[in-house]
Design a protein around this ligand. Structure first.
Ligand code: NAP
Length: 268
């Protein structure tokens, strides 16, 4: 018996097998979940690169839906939710694992960010959660759980995280307001704040190697987190095992976020 036997959900944000959403969906599949997945629309339908990359990850999990979806495009969102209603009827969980900022804005100091880059980053990285929640709510008439992904740079300054830090702060605040608004409908909304993991999105942010070394030297567990640890926590938070948790920002970072200074044994 799996924790997700008979449960159905949608997963947004698998680019490849190193995506955090893939680590979470792997655990959900192991526990018996039925899932639908989305990928960014392919420019050339004859060479469906994004779709193929996604199918490579989820192909063996008996996906109930594989559809293009750009969270900036109302019509692709309409199509996904109408197909989800037709395929699943009701839905038990949703994974939002999406973020984007234009590289030129991400690499600038925050006070030099462009108006358009700011709006675009907030729309894709924050409004997309609000929009998905609004769209999935009618499909969660029996209650449900919604998970999004954040990073410590939304709470404190992580040099190099820049504009994405502002997006994560807004995302974390959205989680609290959404949890408040949907709690009585028995819909839970939770964020996982993961330590640095080498993914496509992470390659755009700061000096990745430097960050992992910091986690190895400073975190209480003196190591960085693993993909499957984030996957398992994500699965737990979406499951009935965490039925009393909502509005929370759960850190899966080997404890790094509790440290206010270097441990006494840390090298210079
Ligand atoms: P990832 O594999 O690159 O996932 C990001 C996903 O967002 C990709 O599937 C990407 O699609 C999708 N996306 C971007 N713009 C989109 C749009 N307009 N419409 C629909 N989908 C769009 O990287 P990841 O690290 O797993 O990122 C997932 C989440 O975890 C992000 O919110 C990230 O900020 C967060 N996070 C990451 C880390 C880390 O260290 N990796 C730590 C904490 C939190 P394409 O790839 O096809 O463009």
């Amino acid at each position: 018996m799996g924790l997700f036997d008979g449960k159905k959900g949608l997963v947004f944000g698998i680019a490849n097998d190193r995506s955090i959403a893939a680590a979470i969906a792997r655990e959900l599949h192991r526990e018996g979940a039925e899932m639908g997945f989305t990928h960014l629309p392919d420019a050339d339908p004859n060479r469906p690169k994004s779709e193929n990359r996604l199918r490579k990850v989820v192909g063996d999990w008996n996906p109930q839906l594989v559809m293009p979806c750009d969270v900036q495009d109302e019509s692709s969102l309409d199509a996904v939710f109408s197909a989800a209603r037709e395929t699943f009827g009701s839905i038990d969980f949703l994974v939002h694992s999406i973020a984007y900022a234009p590289l030129e804005d991400l690499q600038k100091p925050v006070h030099e960010v462009s108006r358009s880059g700011f709006s675009l980053s907030m729309e894709v990285s924050v409004f997309s959660l609000i929009d998905l929640v609004n769209r999935v709510k009618p499909l969660m008439s029996e209650g449900g759980s919604i998970l999004t992904m954040t990073y410590l740079g939304g709470e404190i300054v992580i040099p190099g995280y820049n504009l994405m830090g502002l997006c994560k702060a807004a995302l974390e605040s959205s989680v609290k307001y959404l949890a408040h608004e949907l709690g009585q409908s028995r819909i839970r909304v939770i964020a996982v704040s993961a330590g640095p993991l080498r993914t496509l999105a992470a390659s755009a942010v700061g000096d990745f190697q430097k960050m992992t070394k910091l986690y190895e030297a400073f975190s209480p567990m003196r190591r960085n987190v693993e993909f499957d640890e984030v996957g398992k926590t994500g699965m737990f938070l979406l499951s009935d095992m965490s039925s009393g948790i909502t509005g929370e920002n759960v850190h899966v970072d080997c404890g790094y976020h509790v440290m206010g200074g270097p441990p006494l044994d840390a090298d210079e």
